[in-house]
Design a protein around this ligand. Structure first.
Ligand code: GLN
Length: 271
């Protein structure tokens, strides 16, 4: 048996080489393992625990598995969501995409919003919470991802406000003329080598094709074919020129936005 304090000291040592904040991660994993909160750990550092299961979690983290998959929890827009390896872990920059959709939908009564590639459902769920009269459809190619999204929608009691559809892009969704199409699609080029932590995430949610922007271009095609009024997408930091050029053929112009690192990260088109 280890005390809480001893377990934390040993665990911190073990993940020092792979984490910038080993003590914090050791604490997050211990709280998750014991189903307690951070304050409990501080006030019970002499308490004895059965440490075996905890060090199994520490070993997973040592092997670079993202902490969000180990705890089955990730934070987005100030809320907590269930995640597992069937879905991408929410990135903070995607909050900017949500803000762009919200500001575009301001002034539209009962806006109809369609999300392509909902993953864990974070974008559609936050939109449902923040735009109470929105009518939302969330699409994903992965049945497993849709189960995660459904679970999160139930947690936030917006499952009756979001229609989930299993489909590759809009193949199984025939409606047109809606107000807003939004997506954070896979946009990384197939041959780009990524940090080892990303190897735990679904490659289906990361890789967009040979150039990386293929799915983004497909989404632009859908936006045009379906006569949608507005489009908001996240994209790779180096895809602004490719998207701008692609839009020229359709006489369309995008407003690009940057992420917190001041890198180009997405665009909005208003028709
Ligand atoms: N922003 C993610 C990353 O850089 C990629 C997400 C995506 O492809 N949509 O890891």
């Amino acid at each position: 048996m280890y005390s809480v304090k001893e377990a934390l000291t040993k665990a911190t040592q073990q993940i020092k080489g792979i984490s910038d904040i080993p003590n914090k991660e050791a604490r997050i994993l211990l709280a998750s393992y014991l189903k307690k909160d951070q304050l409990w750990l501080i006030t019970h550092d002499g308490e004895e625990i059965v440490e075996e299961g905890y060090f199994k979690l520490i070993e997973r983290r040592f092997n670079n598995e993202p902490i969000e998959y180990i705890t089955n929890s990730a934070s987005f827009y100030g809320r907590d969501f269930y995640v597992d390896s069937n879905v991408l872990i929410p990135r903070p920059e995607t909050e900017i995409l949500v803000d762009e959709v919200i500001s575009t939908c301001k002034g539209i009564k009962r806006p109809t919003i369609v999300e392509i590639g909902t993953g864990s459902g974070i974008i559609s769920i936050v939109l449902a919470l923040l735009i109470p009269d929105a009518i939302i459809t969330a699409i994903d190619i992965s049945k497993e991802a849709l189960k995660v999204a459904q679970k999160n929608a139930e947690k936030y009691e917006v499952d009756d406000r979001i229609e989930f559809i299993h489909s590759d892009l809009c193949e199984n969704y025939k409606k047109k003329n809606f107000d807003m199409l939004v997506s954070n699609p896979p946009y990384i080029a197939n041959d780009e080598s990524l940090h080892i932590g990303l190897s735990y995430e679904p490659s289906m949610a990361l890789y967009g094709g040979k150039e990386g922007d293929e799915i983004l271009k497909n989404i632009i095609n859908i936006f045009i074919e379906k006569n949608v009024k507005n489009l908001a997408c996240e994209m790779g930091y180096d895809q602004k020129d490719a998207i701008t050029n692609y839009l020229k053929d359709f006489n369309l112009k995008a407003n690009f936005y940057k992420d917190l690192a001041r890198l180009d990260r997405g665009f909005v088109i208003n028709k």
